[in-house]
Design a protein. Structure first.
Length: 459
């Protein structure tokens, strides 16, 4: 019988394919290409949905160790796609590859969604970025023509950080057991030394991933700003960043607030990032690990998401140029004051390193409490672990809910972890950002926590 997790991933592949197809179909309407492509049309929503589902089916075959069939499916699809491109080049005299590459990407999205090569949140974020780029074909051309030498340097530096260094770092945890001197002490003295041998210190890949995220959101936000304007560019980049780490994204926005004359769009973006992080944790972690606990957590998470998004919209509209006038999806560009970093601060590597090291220190402290104090230190460990984000502690809670601890206590621990994470975001904002930004985020966080507590007693 097919597991619920596989069904959800198939639905995700189908949905992402449909969204990409919707953009391609609307593009033809916007550009008047419908008649030109009448003889040779790769399709829209239905076709791209099926492409995504086909890729997902290939992923299922890979999970079932049927690599031969998965390879046959992929090879057949890409041969058909290449044939389509050749026919299009001959019949309509077009050598553009945007639609073909979109179809190839859709197939890979479906495959990766099932095969688990990347985290789901990263896959969704990449899909959102793709759709956004596809919808801005004309503006993208203008952007390329307007890229400065400094921006090109920043792009190259980010490529080194993300594509040259990150893939070669070991994705494994190193503990005190890997330190020979400490291991010898444990052998000689035992006791506390022996208990601490399993204490995980650092995962180089995950540490550097935080650096990539912080520098990447900064850079993507700058480029999106050039495409759609200051306010909407920051909001869209923050939503994408929130799918990976809303904590790091909030720290970036707080840092931007120092030079911002209007912090309302930044506060809105921080709350949007927080809002999208809740369903990401729910779908990517809780549902696959503990479907029974998912049912209990779902109403509370939806309430928290609605509260964060609602307050974010209020901040967005507060200065009078809100959603009803310009809107997130509007083509109009807001005349708000610039809120992104200047060129001199476009690629800030040292602050990203400092924040990543802080994440490591907090994580070590949380794992120390779990390891040494056990149950008495559980809640304290939950709060400290939440300072680096919700993903790690949610994995722990999903594994323990219904087994080591009751479902209701696991839910209460999740609410406490979220409160701790919001406090951490406030503290990071106070340290790296403007006070007005930090205190604005604080009262918004109080409302979100209050809503989650109410939800706990309701369910």
């Amino acid at each position: 019988m097919m597991s619920l997790a596989i069904i959800v991933k198939l639905a995700l592949a189908l949905g992402l394919g449909a969204v990409i197809g919707l953009e391609r179909e609307s593009h033809r309407d916007r550009t008047g290409e419908e008649q030109a492509l009448e003889r040779l049309n790769i399709g829209g929503v239905r076709t791209f949905s099926l492409i995504g589902l086909l890729g997902a089916f290939a992923g299922v075959m890979t999970l079932a160790s049927n690599n031969a069939l998965a390879t046959l499916i992929a090879a057949t699809f890409f041969v058909m796609l290449a044939a389509y491109y050749v026919m299009g080049s001959i019949l309509i005299k077009s050598i553009g590859m945007t639609t073909e590459l979109s179809a190839a990407f859709t197939f890979l999205v479906g495959f990766i969604a099932v095969a688990n090569y990347f985290p789901v949140q990263v896959l969704v974020a990449l899909t959102i970025v793709l759709i956004f780029i596809l919808s801005l074909k004309d503006r993208t051309k203008e952007l390329v023509r307007g890229i400065t030498s400094y921006e090109m340097h920043a792009l190259i530096m980010f490529a080194v950080v993300a594509l040259v260094i990150l893939p070669f770092l070991p994705n494994q945890w190193y503990s005190l057991e890997n330190i020979s001197a400490f291991k010898e002490l444990a052998i000689l003295h035992g006791g506390w030394y022996a208990r601490l041998l399993g204490l995980q210190i650092v995962n180089p890949f995950q540490l550097w991933l935080v650096v990539v995220l912080i520098t990447g959101v900064e850079l993507v936000g700058h480029l999106l700003t050039k495409l759609v304007g200051e306010r909407k560019g920051v909001a869209l980049a923050s939503i994408a960043g929130g799918l990976v780490s809303s904590t790091a994204t909030t720290q970036i926005l707080a840092h931007k607030s120092i030079n911002a004359k209007d912090i309302s769009p930044l506060l809105a973006a921080a709350l949007f990032a927080t809002a999208v992080s809740f369903p990401e944790v729910l779908v990517a972690i809780v549902l696959p690990l503990n479907p029974a606990w998912f049912v209990l957590v779902l109403p509370v998470v939806l309430l928290m998401m609605a509260a964060a998004a609602g307050i974010g919209i209020w901040f967005w509209r507060r200065d009078g140029s809100g959603l009803h006038q310009s809107g997130i999806v509007s083509s109009a560009v807001s005349d708000a004051q610039p809120v992104v970093a200047t060129e001199e601060k476009l690629f800030e590597f040292i602050p990203a390193i400092k924040f990543a090291l802080l994440v490591v220190l907090v994580g070590v402290a949380a794992r120390f409490l779990f390891l040494v104090f056990g149950a008495p230190g559980f809640i304290i460990g939950v709060i400290i672990a939440s300072f680096t984000g919700l993903d790690a502690i949610t994995i722990v809670l999903a594994g323990m809910a219904g087994a080591a601890i009751p479902f209701s206590f696991a839910l209460l621990s999740f609410i406490i972890a979220n409160a701790g994470n919001l406090v951490a975001k406030f503290l990071y904002s106070l340290i790296w950002g403007k006070r007005e930004f930090a205190y604005g985020f604080l009262w918004a966080s109080i409302i979100v926590v209050a809503v989650s507590v109410v939800g706990y007693f309701i369910v």
